[in-house]
Ligand binder design. Structure first.
Ligand code: AMP
Length: 289
């Protein structure tokens, strides 16, 4: 039975979503506080490493549209062996279906607006349910929570160990969104933007090489319908209004790791591993591969 139906049947309309959600979402995530959190984070006042045998990581990636949450969350999820769950992907999967919800979602997403907390919680709970059935544990969430209410609901059902806040200057975010391309056949993510901004007035420059697709994808590239200049600007505005307060929510709980991207993947990935104290992990994985 769809989670939202259960929620409604439980009388959610008459009580706060957080209280109603707690029952069913909490059965899908671990509520234990223990997790493998990198030791280096203790230096920044973030939670220190727990027992190696404790539960899988439960991390969140925050950041503006186009910052690269998907890229880095996906790489890290492979490294630490937990699923990468992007609520934007869940929304796009729903959009691609012929469900009654799809048309309603298309209008919202194409205007750059947020879909309702109820719909997102429903999509997320279904994703967690199917993952749990396959034996998944832990997660790296990308694009959730995006409102204070979503953060409160998540906090009500489980402990998040670490929240990584990726940051980039706004002109680069816009260029990256406009340069984003997806291969309609293999689903690969690419970026045709070539960013080379010189430093000035004490502000560092930034260089990001394009991430070009292989020849076989070149003719099959599509652009996300919400990656137009007008919609990206609206998504950024909504991020500052609705999602930036979520940064403070986690900062005040001592869970926020700020990460200014120094450049493209070749510069940023090793630095991210370094601050997460995962460089050895990467070496071992590469050696085993
Ligand atoms: P993204 O791929 O993360 O940029 O998400 C694409 C779109 O999906 C967003 O612009 C929203 O319309 C919707 N969406 C994704 N995650 C959420 C969320 N946590 N809350 C509300 N809407 C979301």
């Amino acid at each position: 039975m769809p989670a939202l139906n259960r929620l409604l049947r439980a009388g959610a309309a008459a009580r706060p979503l957080a209280a109603a959600a707690r029952g069913w979402l909490s059965s899908l995530v671990s509520s234990e506080a223990d997790a493998r959190v990198p030791a280096s984070l203790a230096r920044q006042g973030l939670p220190a490493r727990r027992d190696p045998g404790s539960r899988s990581v439960q991390w969140v990636f925050l950041g503006c549209p186009g910052v690269g949450k998907g890229t880095y969350a996906s790489r890290l999820s492979q490294l630490v062996g937990v699923p990468h769950i992007a609520t934007g992907d869940l929304v796009r999967e729903e959009l691609a279906s012929s469900s009654p919800l799809a048309q309603q979602l298309a209008d919202i997403v194409n205007q750059g607006k947020l879909v309702s907390d109820e719909i997102i919680i429903n999509l997320l709970s279904k994703r967690l349910e199917s993952g749990a059935a396959k034996g998944e544990s832990g997660f790296i969430l990308d694009g959730f929570p995006r409102t204070i209410r979503q953060a409160e609901i998540l906090e009500g059902v489980t402990d998040i160990d670490l929240v990584v806040n990726l940051k980039l200057r706004e002109d680069v975010l816009l260029a990256k969104c406009l340069g984003r391309r997806i291969c309609s056949q293999c689903g690969g993510n690419f970026n045709v933007a070539s960013i080379d901004i010189k430093g000035e007035n004490g502000r560092p420059g930034i260089f990001m090489a394009p991430l070009l697709p292989p020849a076989q994808c070149m003719t099959k590239l599509v652009t996300r319908s919400d990656d137009t200049e007008e919609v990206v600007k609206e998504r950024l505005r909504i991020y500052y209004e609705m999602s930036q307060p979520v940064e403070e929510f986690y900062r005040s709980r001592g869970k926020l790791l700020e990460f200014d991207l120094p450049g493209g993947i070749p510069e940023s990935w090793p630095k991210l591993l370094q601050v997460l104290n995962l460089e050895d992990h990467d070496d071992k994985q590469s050696a085993a591969a």
